[in-house]
Write a protein that binds this ligand. Structure first.
Ligand SMILES: [Zn+2]
Length: 231
């Protein structure tokens, strides 16, 4: 049985790098997490791969799954997702349920309408909104409806695991998130996280990909000991 450890780094650790005019980084009390995992394998690349012995992610408190048939994940992906959402709900007990879209099919491989989502590491996830959104659909985020504070907390938790390869989010939504945290984090940290405002060629984890104004797409890195997986 494989095991992995997700070490969530306290955000407060970067506080000394701040200039005196910056706001204090909120202290995050996120736990270290050690999760036993099964035997899942993410084989190949997200655009040309498959999933072996994945786990099916079902609706749980805080999450509504849209299509269970296309919600199969590696053990690590499922665990990281659960940790990020549970941590956000701990911080914001009144947060509404998140819409969880596609991950992968049971055995992976191509699924419409995606190019990736083939190897159990890609997750489509809705945003948090002000007020409870109707139904189980992704809704375009606007300055009026977007709950930037909760959505950022979720994203920040995932980033702090250091297990995220990419997060695809439309520039217009990146801008709202960036403006929310630009006074909090030092520029170097922001550059490593956000493509915004440097443009689509900049290297960063959070990248603009068209079609991601109503949800985010997070791709987790290969598990360290999954030899068949290609980042
Ligand atoms: Zn996606």
């Amino acid at each position: 049985m494989r095991r992995f450890v997700v070490a969530l780094v306290l955000a407060v650790a970067v506080a000394p790098a701040l200039s005196s005019c910056a706001a204090k980084i909120p202290e995050r009390t996120v736990p270290d997490i050690t999760s036993p995992v099964g035997m899942s394998r993410s084989v190949g690349r997200p655009n040309a791969g498959r999933l072996e012995r994945g786990v099916q992610v079902r609706s749980f408190p805080g999450v509504v799954v849209v299509n269970p048939d296309q919600c199969w994940a590696t053990d690590e992906t499922a665990a990281l997702l659960a940790v990020a959402i549970e941590e956000t709900r701990r911080a914001f007990p009144d947060a509404h349920d998140l819409v969880l879209g596609d991950i992968s099919s049971r055995d992976g491989g191509p699924i419409a309408p995606h190019r990736s989502h083939q190897s159990g590491r890609d997750v489509d996830l809705g945003f948090y909104y002000r007020g409870k959104p109707p139904g189980r659909m992704f809704i375009p985020a606007t300055p009026t409806n977007f709950d930037v504070e909760r959505t950022w907390y979720l994203i920040e938790t995932m980033l702090l695991t250091e297990r995220v390869q990419y997060i695809f989010i439309d520039n217009s939504v990146q801008r709202m998130l960036y403006e929310h945290v630009r006074q909090i984090y030092p520029p170097k940290r922001l550059e490593s996280w956000f493509q915004y405002p440097r443009g689509p060629r900049a290297k960063a984890i959070i990248r603009h990909v068209p079609g991601h104004r109503d949800h985010l797409h997070v791709r987790f890195k290969c598990a360290d000991d999954d030899d068949a997986c290609q980042n």
